[in-house]
Design a protein around this ligand. Structure first.
Ligand code: ADP
Length: 399
């Protein structure tokens, strides 16, 4: 079965075409709507790298992708695509799992826009464009929030007046769910044990960062909240802060809501502390050259992850495995070491040699052989989860 997986952002479309679990084409359209857009495509024997091209909107972008798939011989015609799986960032409380998109689902997706105003409108744009171009192809929405919907109210409610939850849905939702789902299931596979017997902590450390506590296959807590701003220190996001800082800054600097939003989402985190960059590689370089603020940014980043891992070990009542994934989690042995240092009392024993080797997309164990807690590095694969979820739903549809 051929499934097209789409991740539509404000000015980009990332795509991957799967034939069952195998990727047969992938690429990205960037700078959609700008004077010059950029198109990259990879399939067998074909490599198009950042080709300048005019793409005024998402519909034209999806047409470009489909026409390229045909032109390059990946498919013979559009009819070969069995289904389309869309990454949708926010599914609110309504969507606890992936769904076949119909008119009712579309109405609910529109209703979820206030929860993720920067993401959901573009995800919806992608769905609408596909409906226009391929009206008879089933489309499935796979939500970043869905895997976390197993959290109970003890974990998801904020200690603010309860009626704000009832009135606005102000609660913790959590994000990166597809990634946490993939790496936790993959770790269980590598351990040769069912999820139903395992307590795990998964750390997705990329530009955005989150940790999840997963007990017997169900998320019991996660670090991102109402929005992806809560929790860990991230590239440009602050993560947890005292909420009183917001009102302090508003009063002292006469900031507007948008300005506060921009400070906490775009000018904080690793960038805010270091004053140099949001990129962990650049910070490690700068720190090696003696830059104190860069070193401090890395230390604060690792300390926050350590705090969450320790807290979640308590929440879970013990932990069998910890998994690292995404850009930093997959590629930065030094950061993993800093995070795990001092947690030996919990049965964590990092194997330094294995840790150093596990970079550049490698998958494997980094704990000592007899350690109580297994430590893994697992490259995430959100697209594969979206493709599998889409296939499952379409197979049910076909009976
Ligand atoms: P996104 O959340 O945008 O998908 P990624 O998962 O690609 O981000 O992660 C980006 C982060 O990973 C950046 O901070 C980047 O510096 C970091 N990263 C990527 N490669 C390395 C590396 N070799 N060593 C350290 N950090 C890395």
């Amino acid at each position: 079965m051929k499934i097209l997986v789409l991740n539509c952002g404000s000015s980009s479309i990332k795509y991957r075409l799967f034939d069952n679990d195998i990727t047969i084409a992938r690429g990205v359209v960037e700078k959609i709507g700008e004077e010059v857009s950029l198109f990259s495509h990879y399939s067998e024997g074909v490599e198009i790298k950042k080709q300048p091209i005019k793409v005024p909107d998402h519909t034209r972008g999806i047409e470009l992708v489909l026409n390229t798939l045909v032109d390059k011989g990946v498919i013979h015609d559009y009819g070969e695509i069995d289904a389309i799986g869309h990454r949708v960032v926010h599914g609110g409380e309504e969507f606890k799992s992936s769904v076949l998109i119909d008119d009712r689902v579309m109405r609910t997706l529109y209703a979820c826009i206030p929860f993720a105003p920067l993401h959901n409108p573009h995800n919806i744009k992608g769905i609408e464009s596909c409906k226009q171009i391929l009206p008879n192809v089933p489309q499935v929405a796979v939500f970043d929030t869905a895997f976390h919907q197993t959290m109970g109210p003890v974990a998801f409610l904020y200690a603010i007046p309860y009626h704000y939850y009832e009135k606005y849905g102000l609660r913790r939702y959590g994000f990166h769910g597809t990634s946490h789902y993939y790496v936790s299931n993959r770790a269980a596979e590598l351990m040769g044990q069912p999820m139903s017997k395992l307590k795990m902590i998964t750390a997705h450390l990329g530009n955005g960062c989150s940790v999840a506590a997963i007990k017997f296959g169900k998320v019991v807590d996660t670090s991102m909240g109402f929005t992806p701003l809560e929790g860990l220190v991230m590239g440009t996001r602050s993560g947890d802060i005292d909420p009183a800082i917001v009102t302090f800054l508003i009063r002292k600097e006469r900031l507007s809501p948008d300005e506060v939003d921009s400070i906490l989402n775009k000018r904080s985190g690793l960038l805010g502390i270091s004053g140099i960059s949001n990129d962990m590689r650049q910070l490690m370089d700068a720190s090696n050259k003696g830059n104190e603020r860069a070193r401090l940014a890395i230390d604060i980043f690792a300390y926050r992850v350590k705090k969450y891992i320790s807290a979640y070990a308590g929440v879970l009542g013990g932990v069998d495995a910890i998994v690292f994934t995404a850009g930093i989690g997959e590629n930065a042995p030094l950061v993993r070491k800093k995070i795990l240092e001092g947690l030996e009392f919990m049965g964590i024993q990092l194997d330094d040699e294995l840790n150093k080797c596990m970079v550049g997309g490698r998958e494997g164990i980094i704990s000592k052989p007899d350690a109580k807690v297994k430590l893994f590095v697992i490259p995430t694969n959100e697209e594969l989860v979206i493709a599998r979820e889409t296939r499952k739903i379409v197979e049910q549809l076909r009976g």
